[in-house]
Ligand binder design. Structure first.
Ligand code: CA
Length: 220
């Protein structure tokens, strides 16, 4: 899961980025609203944590432009002003949730999980498919009653594919979501993760779409 963090307060930005990375997210942090708007047009993200008061372009304008492009990406706004008008305006512009500064980082994690889950059309916090379940909060993968040990990257890859069941994920989009801008991606690293996941989960769960990428089928 790749998150765009837009925050010009260095202390908050640094803390949120570190926290999200520890939670296993790939985080791109930008401090300027114009940079954020450009990144959103060019790059795949799974969610955005958006401060409202920003240099360049403010958070409301970024959000408005995003929704005008019909993007359904989950957005959590951060606001310094604890006023009713501020919250209502943010939600009406298409934010999925908001947090008022100062906030507790674990509350941010929980709200982010919730909006990602709702954007994927799930009301249940655990993602499941037949015997396989993945819990984004506890970072556990189970097959029936057995816990399957997976690395952080394997967990993230599996979560991305499960959150997008029935959709083909291109190699490029998966690599960007797993490694971000700064990641040094070796050419076969995705194959290695898929190979390892297949060894642990069985061959039939992740499908290769030749020349394009990978997918996990939807089961009805
Ligand atoms: Ca700010």
């Amino acid at each position: 899961m790749r998150v765009l963090l837009v925050e010009d307060d260095l202390l908050i930005g640094d803390g949120v980025r570190a926290g999200l990375e520890q939670e296993g997210y790939t985080v791109e942090w930008l401090e300027n609203g114009l940079d954020a708007a450009a990144a959103l047009e060019a790059e795949p993200f799974d969610a955005m944590v958006l401060d409202l008061g920003l240099p360049g372009l403010n958070g409301k304008e970024i959000l408005r432009a995003l929704r005008e492009r019909q993007s359904v990406m989950p957005v959590l706004i951060l606001t310094a002003r604890d006023t009713r008008e501020e919250k209502i305006e943010g939600l009406d512009l298409g934010a999925d949730d908001y947090l008022v500064k100062p906030f507790d980082i674990s509350e941010l994690f929980a709200r982010l999980r919730a909006i990602i889950r709702r954007a994927a059309g799930r009301s249940w916090p655990v993602i499941s498919r037949e015997d396989l379940t993945l819990d984004p909060a506890s970072h556990r993968v189970m097959v029936k009653e057995d816990e399957i040990k997976v690395s952080r990257r394997e967990f993230n890859l599996l979560r991305l594919l499960l959150e997008n069941q029935g959709r083909v994920m291109t190699r490029d989009s998966l690599e960007r979501r797993l490694y971000g801008w700064n990641g040094d991606v070796e050419s076969n690293v995705l194959e290695v993760h898929v190979h390892n996941l297949r060894k642990k989960l069985g061959n039939e769960v992740i499908q290769t779409v030749r020349g394009v990428g990978y997918m996990i089928d939807k089961v009805s």
